[in-house]
Design a protein around this ligand. Structure first.
Ligand SMILES: [Zn+2]
Ligand SMILES: [Zn+2]
Length: 275
């Protein structure tokens, strides 16, 4: 994460909020959202193990934007290059953020003839606007009210759909029409990394934990649906019956019973795949 390197990066973290592992994922080029998410996906499984991708019923349960504080480099295990940090993360207070945005929308009163130009994505100020672009000599001039209103309306939609980021993490192709990284400010560009260093150097005796980073927290868990439970349970019961048949009637009968069940399971599997 050194500024000399200067590559764009994203911070991935996992574990307890008070004690988590943080992995910086560096990109050679961050222009393409899909490629960036593919890189994140690869980095996650390279670090956490590809086996977890194929474990039935075990999956990513949550991918969220959080604030991260770093404590320092993690102790490396033998023979392994360490690029991982320990620290903590703070959840965003989504209801509070939503309330604030809703208040901005509710309190909006058009006071001038500024309008939003959807082709450029900018607000064109009209006569009577008193924002800091229109009245640069006034110290108390704020953001254009139209701009504030439009930004709040968009941000509330982004906030309400933040949970969809989980699917982009699992399937990076979905990023083609959805720019979570940019909207949530999760990607540190070369410039952002340099800015962080400047902030850090501007304090007297700075501590690493004083810098607030933004990152992505990933949680995993067992999400068992009926299919994941039914089949293993069925196989276990049938095996039990075969073992019981062996003790009650001997191997000959047990073989016949077993063969019958194998045929039955094959039939059931065929039917369930066709459904
Ligand atoms: Zn304006
Ligand atoms: Zn203005």
């Amino acid at each position: 994460m050194s500024p000399e390197n200067g590559s764009p990066m994203v911070l991935l973290c996992w574990g307890e909020s008070s004690h988590c592992s943080i992995l910086p994922v560096l990109f050679a080029n961050s222009g393409d959202d899909v490629e960036t998410w593919r890189e994140i996906h690869r980095a996650w499984y390279a670090r956490r193990g590809y086996w977890r991708k194929h474990l039935p019923g075990y999956s990513i349960t949550r991918v969220d934007a959080v604030k991260i504080s770093l404590l320092g480099l993690k102790k490396a295990s033998k023979g392994r290059e360490n690029r991982e940090y320990i620290g903590m993360y703070t959840e965003r207070d989504v209801p509070a953020e939503r309330k604030l945005l809703q208040q901005t929308i509710d309190n909006y009163v058009p006071i001038s003839d500024c309008f939003y130009d959807r082709r450029t994505g900018t607000v064109e100020c009209g006569y009577g606007c008193n924002c800091f672009y229109c009245l640069p000599c006034f110290d108390d001039a704020g953001e254009c009210p139209e701009e504030t209103y439009i930004t709040a309306r968009r941000n509330i939609v982004h906030l309400n759909t933040l949970h969809l980021m989980k699917h982009v993490f699992s399937n990076p192709d979905l990023a083609v029409l959805n720019d979570f990284l940019k909207k949530e400010n999760l990607l540190y560009s070369h410039r952002d990394v340099l800015d962080l260093t400047e902030t850090w150097n501007s304090w007297h005796c700075p501590a690493l934990r004083e810098i607030e980073f933004r990152g992505i927290v990933v949680s995993e868990g067992w999400a068992l649906d009926k299919r994941h439970i039914t089949l293993p349970l069925l196989v276990a019961i049938l095996l039990g019956v075969v073992v019981a048949a062996r003790f009650l009637f001997g191997w000959d009968t047990a073989w016949n019973v077993g063969a019958f069940f194998v045929a039955l399971i094959s039939l059931l599997l065929c039917i369930s795949y066709q459904l």
